[in-house]
Design a protein around this ligand. Structure first.
Ligand code: SF4
Length: 335
């Protein structure tokens, strides 16, 4: 059995976020958000730990919610102090957090080192200043470069999250953002397609026809192209698309945009089709495709899309698995 990774998500909204990123409604609804007390965080962790298997696991506590290092230092310390005993008792193996590129400094990193944080994720969003400006991010590309360098210098693991489809973004710019994230030697990334959320500046732009969200098919295509760059650059993609239960997104919050509950599966389906479409030039009537068990669902495709595509060329399409295969390697035989 493979070791499984678990992250216990602890959402710490920053109630006094001074920024107004056009895609974020945190500021508007912050009055309804509850910031967990350190005691409550302990409960969250305790309850979560009870639900996951005790063997063959690597568990991290993740402080998410935008800008952890933007909250007052005493509060950061109070939260981190809750996590430390779990680390010392071996109940968890790491602490990660997400923050903004312009909220990283030597002082901040020294504090996080003291509390044994191992991974810092930055919301880079784009590596193009015009896109950042048009999104009112309030930081520059240089901030991300400087912060990434410092994070690496202090030997943290580095996560650089990106968004696709922000105002001014294009497939070329998104691919370049991914290339720059690889060059900054990020360990991992998350790819978030831009969604139009209620009560955001982006909603206003959308209604005034000044912003057009990416159609779902385009967002899937862009994500696939960007994924390939990360894969080649050995940057682990830990998420593609917004998790339905993550953050503030519920059906009611969404105005428009490429939201799909199985976004990653959609992108992986297309990635696999790039491999499998070569099989459509075949004179045989039946085909058997062997893939790694972890890739099976993607190779078959979301709603069996790839299997159906192949069935346009064959009478029978069968999949089987082989643990010896790596990544998207596969073999196909006719029978
Ligand atoms: S995305 Fe983060 S920094 Fe921007 S407004 Fe929302 S909470 Fe603040």
């Amino acid at each position: 059995m493979d070791t499984k990774h678990y992250t216990i998500p602890v959402f710490i909204p920053e109630l006094a976020c001074p920024f107004q990123c056009i895609f974020c409604n945190q500021r508007k609804i912050s009055g309804h958000l509850k910031v967990p007390s350190p005691e409550e965080v302990k409960d969250i962790i305790g309850k979560y730990l009870e639900t996951i298997p005790t063997r063959k696991r690597v568990v991290e506590i993740g402080f998410f919610g935008g800008n952890f290092t933007g909250i007052p230092q005493a509060e950061q310390e109070a939260y981190l102090k809750v996590a430390i005993p779990y680390l010392e008792q071996g109940k968890i193996q790491g602490i990660r957090l997400s923050t903004r590129p312009d909220y990283i400094s030597v002082t901040v990193l020294k504090l996080l080192k003291k509390y044994k944080v191992n991974t810092i994720e930055l919301g880079a969003q784009s590596m193009h200043d015009e896109v950042l400006q048009r999104s009112s991010r309030g930081h520059t590309v240089q901030d991300t470069i400087t912060a990434s360098g410092l994070i690496r210098k202090f030997n943290f693991r580095l996560g650089l999250q990106m968004m696709i489809g922000l105002p001014g973004d294009s497939l070329e710019l998104a691919m370049d953002t991914a290339t720059q994230i690889v060059e900054l030697r990020a360990d991992n990334t998350r790819i978030y397609p831009t969604l139009v959320i209620k009560e955001t500046k982006l909603e206003e732009l959308y209604h005034n026809k000044k912003y057009k969200p990416l159609p779902l098919d385009d967002a899937v295509f862009w994500s696939k192209e960007v994924f390939k760059i990360f894969e080649k650059g050995r940057v682990k993609v830990i998420r593609m698309g917004l998790h339905p239960s993550e953050g503030l997104i519920t059906g009611k919050e969404l105005v428009a945009g490429p939201f799909h509950k199985s976004f990653r599966e959609l992108a992986m389906t297309e990635l696999w089709w790039e491999e499998l479409k070569q099989l459509t030039n075949n004179k045989y009537k039946s085909i058997r495709i062997t893939v790694h068990p972890k890739q099976l669902n993607f190779a078959v495709g979301y709603s069996a899309k790839n299997k159906k595509r192949l069935l346009e060329h064959y009478n029978t399409v069968v999949y089987q698995t082989d643990v010896e295969l790596e990544g998207r390697d596969f073999y196909a035989d006719n029978y």
